[in-house]
Design a protein around this ligand. Structure first.
Ligand code: COA
Length: 169
């Protein structure tokens, strides 16, 4: 299968934060943001694989800044690395200042999606060819994150996680 670049899967979703999506402090409810990031990440994984994809794991979420009611939220996602059937997606969330238009990064996350066939069985996806230094950095770190995710899910024995062991040796 021919390799694709991370930019080929780039997905940008811009939306408003409305009443009913917020907590008692009038900030966006965390679970709502998780769902929005899931949608953006799954579209990126779909664009990379051109397959049906399912969320296999939410590997990392960092809620650095609250998102107030009325915010214009932009979620950007792309596939950072593809393995056999799984794809790591990196998701960044930006808030736009109403007056200046200046963007501030509010959150970031890493989700893993798996491409599946009509019966829900994992199916192979194209590899990724990083183009920029940041894409290369994310590509290199993705295997460590995959192993950590599999260890935490009880799907890999810690002593088989060679990339993780290498950090501590
Ligand atoms: C994700 C799913 C397809 C994996 O199926 P499986 O039978 O475990 O298949 P495999 O063990 O062959 O794993 C398939 C790939 O997923 C990866 N994977 C599975 N669990 C993972 C996890 N927790 N973290 C990271 N990667 C994971 C495997 O490493 C493998 O990657 P590779 O093919 O690129 O090497 C299956 O568990 C599933 O359908 N889960 C439900 C998905 C879903 O409904 N999501 C929405 C929740 S509401």
């Amino acid at each position: 299968m021919q390799a694709k670049t991370p930019s080929e899967s780039k997905t940008v979703m811009t939306d408003l934060v409305l009443p009913g999506e917020t907590n008692p402090l009038n900030n966006l409810f965390g679970g709502d943001l998780l769902a929005r990031m899931d949608k953006a990440g799954s579209i990126a994984a779909r664009r990379h694989s051109r397959r049906v994809v399912v969320t296999a794991s939410v590997n990392h979420v960092s809620f650095n800044r609250s998102v107030p009611l009325g915010s214009v939220l932009t979620i950007e996602a792309n596939v950072s690395r593809a393995f056999k059937s799984s794809m790591e997606t990196v998701i960044d969330v930006w808030i736009e200042d109403r007056e200046s238009g200046e963007r501030t990064k509010a959150n970031s996350a890493i989700y893993t999606f798996v491409a599946v066939d009509d019966t829900g069985k994992p199916i192979a996806v194209p590899p990724i060819q990083p183009e920029t230094p940041l894409e290369q950095e994310r590509f290199d770190a993705a295997l460590r994150r995959k192993q950590l995710s599999l260890v935490l899910a009880g799907k890999m024995k810690p002593n088989e996680a060679t990339e993780l062991k290498a950090i501590f040796e």
